[in-house]
Design a protein around this ligand. Structure first.
Ligand code: URP
Ligand code: ZN
Ligand code: ZN
Ligand code: ZN
Length: 473
């Protein structure tokens, strides 16, 4: 078991920042000490195996990305990052835990689906990983199986109001599943878009010859998101199920969440970096087929409609609680290009697991969120929301030593050439200049990124059995 002392840094948590040294013993944080402390008369620097100098840098709990889709079969292809490549890229970007989605497809049994996701991920991850369970076929057998999820370390499940014929659940199915969610304490996660109405609009646009990627955004109008968000909230209200709405992009959906929260309901929401920075006009409407790079659902919204200001504000007021990536990468060649001449055939998804910590830190640089809030929305709240807090999301004695040394004076240029580590032939973030740099990353006490060196291994990451949400009132 090796010992590490991180000295001279500013330890930042959701509740505050302090100058402190962090002592790591094996996989755990052993102590957070006043700078230069001795322990029982021993000079720590000379008695540990490794000293990491964090002078002038932030020492933060490793990022937790609670919404990723590694090697997800979707849109007639499969997301291009495997658990191996995707978790390695996450590590490079200061994320030390992911919660991915095990998918029950139509006609499949839930526990068989879960097992197949273990088969894909176990022994392949550079960092710790958990699963949410997607219920893609709500029937009596699935409802029964949901009662066994907690026992598998899965405290959240997800349904889709979008994608008819793929993962879609109708209102009756949602109602029934939420009843189980309310009884078992599972967090209900929802992709809230009105799928049937969207598909009708897609057919109309294609019949008019409107086939460019831009029309993906037109068809998935904000009304489709607001309406579904409202419906999900009302069904959750009726059944008493806690609700977490994924990838919120429209300001009108934020308003629905805020109203329900102010009325006292256990309703939560995440947004993603793409909705905070990218737009319908600048990305989806790019010339030719370029816009396909940014086809994702919910879609990028019109900058002119000022959704982004509302999303940032909601992150400040806690009407949105956290930021995940919805990492679902596809290459342009051989994947996105399936939709040349028909935007509805472009596989939906953006890759970004590597850039979330850096991109959200720009909110600190721009004065939109505090340093503490940055840590909270990228690590501490995901840990609490999804039952990992104490082990993850905080630098405190007894917690897993998942630690990032972040250099605020560093600089990161994204995507100019192949600067990223995700398995993609482009970057959705190409050209972004980041103030700040992930210098060192530790996962359970092991240094996995050291400057420009990758020291991780795909056998290091462990399956995380999660507890019920610690965020519920
Ligand atoms: O476009 C997206 N978001 N693809 C991944 C699947 C989903 O809806 O989250
Ligand atoms: Zn979704
Ligand atoms: Zn997703
Ligand atoms: Zn670097």
């Amino acid at each position: 078991m090796s010992t590490i002392l991180i000295t001279g840094g500013t330890v930042v948590g959701s509740a505050g920042r302090t100058e402190a040294d962090v002592l790591i013993d094996g996989e755990k944080i052993a102590a957070v000490l006043a700078p230069g402390s001795t322990l029982l008369g021993t000079d720590l620097k000379s008695s540990v195996d490794t000293v990491l100098d964090a002078g002038g840098k932030y020492v933060i709990p490793g990022g937790i990305d609670a919404h990723t889709h590694m090697q997800m079969p979707f849109g007639g292809t499969e997301a291009s990052d495997t658990f191996e490549t995707g978790t390695r890229a996450a590590a490079w970007g200061g994320t030390t835990t992911i919660v991915d989605f095990a998918i029950q497809k139509y006609g499949e049994r839930v526990m068989d689906a879960l097992q197949s996701w273990h088969d894909k991920a176990d022994g392949q991850c550079a960092i710790d990983y958990g699963f949410h369970q997607i219920i893609g076929d709500v029937n009596d057998d699935s409802l029964k199986a949901m009662e066994g999820l907690m026992g598998e370390g899965i405290s959240s499940y997800k349904m889709f109001m979008a994608y008819p014929g793929v993962f879609y659940s109708d209102d009756a199915q949602i109602y029934k599943a939420m009843r189980v969610g309310a009884d078992t304490g599972l967090m209900t996660m929802m992709h809230a878009e009105n799928g049937p109405a969207i598909d009708a609009m897609v057919a109309e646009l294609l019949a008019q010859g409107k086939t460019d990627p831009y029309y993906h955004g037109v068809a998935r109008a904000w009304q489709m998101e607001e309406e579904a968000t409202h419906r999900a909230i009302m069904l959750a209200n009726l059944t008493g199920a806690p609700l977490y709405v994924v990838h919120v992009s429209a300001k009108q959906a934020v308003a629905q969440l805020a109203a329900a929260r102010h009325a006292g309901q256990n309703v939560f929401g995440e947004t993603c970096p793409q909705y905070l920075y990218l737009s319908l006009e600048e990305q989806l409407e790019a010339p030719g087929f370029e816009g396909a790079k940014w086809v994702c659902s919910t879609p990028l919204r019109a900058r002119a409609e000022q959704h982004q200001d509302q999303l940032w504000q909601a992150l400040r007021t806690n009407d949105l609680q956290m930021v995940s990536t919805d990492h679902c990468p596809f290459c342009m060649k051989g994947q996105k290009d399936m939709g040349v001449g028909d935007f509805s055939k472009i596989p939906n998804g953006i890759g970004g697991v590597e850039h979330r910590m850096d991109l959200m830190y720009q909110g600190v640089v721009a004065g939109k969120i505090t340093l503490e809030r940055w840590v909270e929305i990228t690590s501490t709240t995901p840990a609490r929301m999804f039952g990992m807090y104490g082990r993850k999301g905080v630098i405190t004695p007894g917690a897993d030593a998942d630690v990032v040394i972040y250099n605020p004076s560093g600089h990161t240029s994204i995507g100019l050439g192949k600067t990223h580590h995700m398995n993609m032939d482009y970057s959705a973030w190409e050209g972004f200049e980041i103030d700040g740099h992930v210098d060192t990353v530790l996962s359970r006490g092991r240094i996995i990124v050291d400057g420009n060196q990758y020291l991780g291994s795909k056998t290091h990451g462990r399956y995380l059995r999660r507890d019920p949400s610690q965020y519920l009132i």
